[in-house]
Design a protein around this ligand. Structure first.
Ligand SMILES: *[C@@H]1O[C@H](CO)[C@@H](O)[C@H](O)[C@H]1NC(C)=O
Ligand SMILES: *[C@@H]1O[C@H](CO)[C@@H](O)[C@H](O)[C@H]1NC(C)=O
Ligand SMILES: *[C@@H]1O[C@H](CO)[C@@H](O)[C@H](O)[C@H]1NC(C)=O
Ligand SMILES: *[C@@H]1O[C@H](CO)[C@@H](O)[C@H](O)[C@H]1NC(C)=O
Length: 449
């Protein structure tokens, strides 16, 4: 049976596979360089090459880098590992950008603390109901949003004790223990009793309740999806900084973001240093989200959010705005509002920037994949403005805030709540407008940069 066969595989199984599958990629890029050497003599070709070089250089940069696996390794070393215990994220991660990151990282963290291996999670396909007898094959695969080879190689390096299994369509899988395990929250900031010890006791009690549970036999546990249930700021800072890096946006999606930024420099002759994480004086990034808008709340409706962004862009002397929203109508309305603004300002979206071939590629993508293009562009704008009710806005701001901290330029992003009415976060490079008790409690401590 598949389950038995996977117990016999050493944890390094996937690491070896990754090396093998990466090999052809290195070869391909080597051949590409041979055939496309930089700096041709033909001026037309030079322009072509310089845009390819821009994209390549932009892609080489990650907001939080370099990846430091040793801090995760130290944490993994403190765990007692149970090679027979395998966690399966039964419903997949949330199909929404920041929520997907949140549920994947919670799941990975819970597995590390339990000393469990995992089944590579997928994403809840739209409308798919729960089916506990199936593992991940009926979900959208992990690689649709994130870089699978990177997750496997970074986890193999950081946490070699954990095996990551990827079921194939024709594999018969072991039966999971009946029921779904709902992990006990690890938000020690909300309740000092929510420790690792309490979580492990809770898991242990759940397992022992099951008549079929035999510690010496392979045990597949269906785990319920959670988000932001770990107090990330109660962990070593270096761990908090590194852990989220195991999730990298899939290459084809990042490439679209790189092309959009490159087109932005070309169309508006804004100088953007492609190797810069947060380029100075280049463009403003706006994320508009009016879901759950309540008339009485500041910056909740569309016009209030739009005015706030335009004002901020002008204040920072930025004349180009990259705008994103889940709502295409609002993206269009935002562009119109910018065009009508008394001061010279222009707003564009990815659809305005991408060349025809890329727009066609974009339209093939799922809505979440498309949002991920915005996410990648917005993480690297000069000044970012987001909305409090959007977890994507928070994820962008908190990731950029980690970069600030890495530069030693940290300033208190929450001071602003005493200063400006209706603003939840401002660290000088990112500002989140609106107030929301639940989000403000959940995100800043529960989200991984
Ligand atoms: C983890 O433990 C192993 C074996 O005890 C040791 O060789 C390794 O250096 C440890 N790694 C870290 C990062 O503590
Ligand atoms: C779950 O999936 C299995 C295999 O695809 C199928 O036979 C079964 O009917 C499904 N159960 C539900 C409740 O959809
Ligand atoms: C939008 O919200 C602001 C308060 O932030 C309010 O003054 C304004 O009237 C609202 N506009 C609409 C169209 O509801
Ligand atoms: C999109 O935005 C428009 C304008 O604010 C609004 O009327 C519409 O209800 C929104 N659509 C969705 C799906 O939220």
């Amino acid at each position: 049976m598949y389950a038995q066969s996977f117990t016999n595989r050493p944890p390094a199984f996937y690491a070896a596979l990754v090396v093998v599958t990466l090999l052809p990629l290195y070869l391909a890029s080597y051949h590409y360089r041979l055939w496309h050497p930089y700096g041709g003599a033909d001026p037309a070709e030079a322009v072509e090459l310089s845009s390819a070089a821009f994209v390549a250089e932009w892609l080489d940069v990650h907001v939080v880098q370099p990846f430091n696996p040793s801090t995760i390794a130290t944490y993994c070393n403190r765990t007692e590992w149970h090679p027979n215990l395998v966690f399966n994220l039964v419903d997949g991660a949330e199909d929404g950008l920041a929520d997907a990151r949140g549920s994947l990282l919670d799941f990975l963290f819970y597995a590390i603390e339990a000393g469990a291996s995992i089944v590579l999670p997928g994403f809840a396909a739209n409308g798919a109901g729960r089916n506990a007898s199936r593992i991940a094959v009926d979900k959208m695969p992990f690689g649709m949003l994130f870089d699978e080879a990177w997750l496997l190689s970074s986890m193999a390096e950081a946490c070699p004790q954990m095996a990551i299994y990827k079921p194939e369509r024709d594999h018969k899988t072991a039966d999971a223990l009946p029921g779904t395990y709902v992990p006990k929250s690890r938000r020690v900031d909300m309740d000092s009793g929510k420790t690792k010890k309490a979580y492990l006791e809770h898991l242990d009690a759940w397992l022992k309740e099951k008549p079929d549970f035999k510690p010496d036999r392979l045990t597949l546990v269906n785990v319920e999806r959670t988000s932001w249930q770990v107090d990330t700021r109660n962990l070593p800072q270096v761990f908090r900084r590194s852990f989220g890096q195991v999730l990298r946006t899939a290459d084809d999606i990042r490439r679209l973001a790189a092309v959009a930024v490159q087109e932005l420099t070309r169309k508006f002759t804004t100088h953007i240093d492609s190797s810069s994480v947060v380029p100075r004086n280049a463009f403003y990034g706006a994320y508009v989200d009016t879901r759950g808008s309540v008339a009485s709340e500041p910056y909740s409706n569309f016009s209030a959010q739009t005015d706030a962004h335009l004002e901020q862009a002008i204040m920072h002397k930025l004349k180009v705005i990259y705008v994103a929203s889940d709502n295409a109508t609002e993206t269009a309305l935002f562009r119109t509002a910018a065009a009508r603004y008394p001061l010279p300002i222009i707003a564009v979206s990815k659809l305005d920037l991408l060349p025809v071939a890329e727009v066609a590629a974009l339209k093939e993508l799922t809505p979440t994949q498309q949002v991920l293009v915005d996410f990648e562009v917005l993480k690297r704008c000069s000044i970012f403005g987001g909305s409090v009710k959007s977890s994507a806005s928070y994820n962008i701001a908190l990731t950029r805030n980690q970069w600030l901290a890495d530069q030693g330029r940290m300033n208190d992003p929450w001071f602003v709540v005493h200063k400006d009415v209706g603003v939840a976060f401002d660290d000088g490079i990112s500002r989140i407008v609106g107030r929301d008790g639940v989000y403000e409690l959940q995100m800043p401590r529960g989200m991984w940069p």
